[in-house]
Design a binder for this molecule. Structure first.
Ligand code: BZD
Length: 832
């Protein structure tokens, strides 16, 4: 620490953050001239972005320091959110909004010769996630700060985020996303924080010199360093700034001298360089599991570094170990961080010398596990051999955890072999697998699903045997939410301002139930006109994005019908495009004079990435583009129908797309979409939904009312029977869908061969996603949409009422529920 006599100077100069336009301008110029070594003569938008970001970052760091100091001084319990994905998007606009200095910054950069809009566009997306799971983590981290909860996120600092998607000849092509091309002003490299992580090696039994007892020891074979990069996370309406710590892998400085001495210098260096590959790239699969060794390496690397950090922080408090769960809550975002359960048990027993049962009770009280899917193909299972080679000591601990658990089950349910084999962590298959979900359940005190229907389903299906073992209290629900700062204020400033003008300011942004106050204005024609005008302006902006990315001109007076999300058979983009084809065929079959009275002009907008190895998903993208090229150039059709695929869907594009939709599609096979969160984003921005009775659609319906949503399709409870019918060969393809398939097979949308497998999946291979069962009902719902959209005033009323009832879907509410029911933590605010 600095000697007392020197501290006066520190206090005089410390923490001088700007608070007005002049102050910002002076910081900006300083950063241009010194940090960036640029000048008035060569300051372009990139430099202006960097200078602005550095100025804001300085401010964040001041508050970050104060917040962290406060949490340490008050010795509070912290929540650590472990997520392999944080789909953050851009940081600058969000920071300006959360710090409530957006207007100030806009004025200042204007005076300095720039436009804030241009500066914001320079920033690359931090796209360190695949889809809903990663974006949920980003919304949660925003709400943790906003709610003043002491909480950190832990993740990996991938050098390459999710690939950037190009469309070449109608097909998806992947290009690397090197988002760190220019230095990243939003991260604080903590190069001095370097945590060694071991892999491979072998275990031995040694005598503890202190106790004389024998214990297990892991002798690692390869060591890699985890270096910390911190991302300050500002809250809205508070000066608290939390931390998102992301690990980057680096080689250790010691290299293999034996190899060196043997003259194998090149090889010993190459091995070092491979260390960096651990955090090189995000795996691009969502809701699909693939057992790759590098992925398991990523998981352990991240978990080991994070736990080391958490444990070190706890040890500094000098508390006894049994108080660990009073100071530390760890949430597992899906099973990806489940190794943390094993690693904490290893730390407590092997390294800290606690008794097994004492350690295990600490572990269970520390962890909570969130499940995001019921689909079997997404559940993580690691082959025992692969696992044991990479993490030999952890495999032993897994077996010991499992043994103790199975003994407990056996005692409670004697001679129930079926039960034992279904709840066992080890799947007795060839080869044997470790079931990560089973391990996560056993190692946690709470397991939650992400929407009411989903939380019911996990209890009835994949985890039903665990309900038997533990009772149902261990299983709970926390319905997902979204942050209204990004998904309303940032994405839709016009609507946010109109709402603020009616509700007496922006206070609703961190108290979203206040939106209810909008209902009283629904019969005010002036208000409705303003509401509608904002929607049109947002559609015009979306039309500009469509034009610049696809070359297709669309009319903003058309109905904008949007489906943007990862491309997946269960999300059923194929149902949507089959519906579009049917509409096109109907249009063509209708006499010209009757077309405009029968059909509302519509733009069908698609977007989303397919996992690079997912053939069917890629075929769906091709079909959308093929239909688009035929329909969009059909002179008979004109504005009555356009079909576009917006390439490279990401967070910053979503911020333009969500506010510009009239209708969005959330049409998964019932029971397959755990929650969905884009459904919430669209409704919060004044769009209506066409959807199945699935995920959070159910709760959205409860909140906004059945009249304000277009539901269709079979229910989750009937899915199993329907699938069975298909397998018995009793499928029925409705005539409408037969017509669609005939059109595709006739070559009307290009070479039919490439789409054959898509059609065959429905016709001959069991139609697993029930496209044929739901098609007619979908068309009916779409017909209703057309009718309702013609009644302009009523449509606007539905839009207003829906927004007014979206308060429940703020991620602030989610965090409160987790804090109270799972983490047992309290907010703590820095008093300014
Ligand atoms: O999680 C999604 C679900 O599909 C959505 O229904 C839900 O709303 C969100 C948030 O809870 N799941 C994912 O996004 N899953 C993945 O991206 C993923 C990634 C890697 C491995 C497995 C799944």
């Amino acid at each position: 620490a600095i000697p007392l006599k020197c501290r006066e100077i520190w206090k005089r100069y410390g923490a001088n953050e700007f608070s007005d336009v002049d102050g910002f301008e002076s910081q900006f110029v300083k950063h241009v001239e010194t940090t960036l070594a640029r000048s008035i003569y060569n300051c372009d938008n990139l430099a202006a972005y960097q200078a602005t970001s550095n100025s804001i970052r300085d401010k964040l760091i001041v508050h970050w320091n104060k917040t962290q100091h406060l949490h340490t001084a008050k010795d509070v319990k912290r929540i650590y959110y472990l997520s392999l994905e944080f789909l953050m998007g851009r940081a600058l606009d969000n920071a300006l909004i959360n710090l409530e200095i957006r207007d100030l910054a806009a004025t200042a950069v204007d005076e300095l010769g720039f436009r804030l809009e241009d500066i914001l566009e320079v920033e690359p997306d931090a796209a360190l996630g695949n889809g809903g799971l990663g974006r949920l983590a980003a919304c949660f981290i925003d709400s943790l700060s906003t709610g003043n909860y002491p909480g950190w996120g832990y993740g990996l600092r991938y050098q390459y985020g999710i690939f950037s998607q190009k469309i070449v000849d109608g097909y998806q092509a992947e290009a690397p996303d090197y988002w760190l091309r220019f230095s990243n002003p939003w991260e604080l490299p903590r190069l001095e924080i370097q945590i060694p992580v071991d892999f491979y090696g072998y275990t031995t039994t040694v005598k503890d010199p202190q106790t004389g007892k024998s214990k297990k020891q892991w002798n690692g074979g390869e060591q890699i360093l985890a270096v910390a990069y911190d991302f300050p996370i500002p809250g809205y309406g508070t000066s608290n700034v939390n931390n998102l710590r992301m690990w980057s892998s680096k080689p250790t400085t010691e290299f293999d001298f034996q190899k060196f001495n043997e003259g194998d210098y090149q090889d010993s260096l190459a091995q070092q360089q491979r260390a960096e590959s651990i955090t090189a790239v995000l795996y691009p699969n969502d809701n699909f599991y693939k057992g790759k060794e590098l992925r398991l390496k990523q998981q352990y690397f991240w978990v080991a570094a994070s736990l080391h950090d958490i444990v070190r922080r706890f040890i500094k408090t000098k508390r006894p170990w049994d108080q660990f769960p009073d100071q530390v809550a760890i949430q597992l975002n899906d099973t990806h961080p489940t190794l943390a359960v094993v690693e904490l048990q290893r730390i407590l027993t092997d390294l800290q010398g606690l008794e097994w049962d004492v350690a295990w009770s600490i572990v269970q009280r520390t962890f909570g596990y969130t499940n995001h899917t019921v689909m079997a193909e997404a559940l993580e299972k690691w082959p025992v051999d692969l696992f044991g080679t990479l993490l030999p000591r952890h495999l032993e601990i897994v077996y010991d955890i499992n043994l103790a658990f199975l003994q407990m089950v056996e005692k409670k349910f004697p001679n129930d072999r079926g039960l034992l084999s279904s709840v066992s962590v080890i799947e007795e298959s060839q080869p044997k697998n470790i079931r990560m979900a089973n391990l996560a359940i056993i190692g946690s005190h709470r397991v939650n699903g992400v929407a009411e229907l989903h939380s019911q389903l996990i209890k009835q299906t994949i985890f039903s045997d665990f309900v038997k073992v533990y009772g149902s209290d261990k299983f709970t629900n926390v319905t997902n939410g979204i942050t209204p700062r990004r998904w309303l204020r940032q994405a839709n400033p016009g609507l946010a301002a109109l709402i603020a003008s009616k509700l007496g300011g922006y206070g609703y942004l961190n108290d979203l139930n206040k939106l209810k106050g909008l209902e009283q204005f629904v019969e005010d024609p002036g208000f409705r006109a303003e509401w509608a005008a904002i929607k049109t302006a947002n559609k015009t902006k979306l039309a500009a994005l469509i034009a610049s990315t696809t070359g297709v001109t669309v009319n903003p007076n058309s109905l904008f019908d949007v489906q943007v999300k990862r491309i997946h058979e269960y999300k059923r983009q194929q149902l949507n495009i089959f519906g579009v084809i049917w509409r096109y065929l109907q249009l063509k079959a209708t006499p010209k004079a009757e077309r405009t009275t029968k059909f509302v002009p519509k733009v069908s907008i698609f977007g989303g990435k397919a996992a690079p190895g997912y053939y069917t998903a890629k075929t769906i993208i091709k079909l959308v583009n093929s239909v688009g090229s035929v329909v969009n150039s059909d002179p008979e059709i004109g504005d009555l129908l356009k079909v576009v695929f917006i390439p490279d869907y990401n967070v910053s594009k979503a911020e333009v797309i969500c506010p510009g939709s009239d209708l969005s599609e959330h049409i998964s096979t019932a029971g397959t979409e755990a929650s969905g969160t884009s459904n919430m984003k669209f409704v919060l921005n004044g769009g209506l939904i066409i959807g199945t009775v699935d995920g959070a659609n159910v709760e959205i319906t409860r909140e906004v009312g059945e009249d304000n949503i277009f539901l269709f399709g079979n229910l989750a409870e009937d899915v199993e029977d329907l699938r069975h019918e298909h397998h018995m060969g009793r499928s029925h393809i409705p005539d409408s869908l037969v017509q669609v398939f005939d059109a595709i097979s006739s070559g009307q949308f290009g070479t039919p061969d490439e789409f054959q497998s898509l059609l065959d999946g429905v016709r001959f291979h069991g139609d697993h996603y029930l496209v044929s069962d739901d098609f007619e009902s979908y068309l009916e719902a779409q017909k209703l949409v057309d009718e309702e959209f013609r009644k302009k005033e009523d449509w606007v009323r539905k839009s207003i009422i829906s927004v007014a009832n979206m308060g429940f879907f703020s991620s602030d509410r989610c965090i409160e529920e987790y804090a109270e029911n799972i983490w047992n933590i309290e907010p703590l605010e820095e008093k300014v």
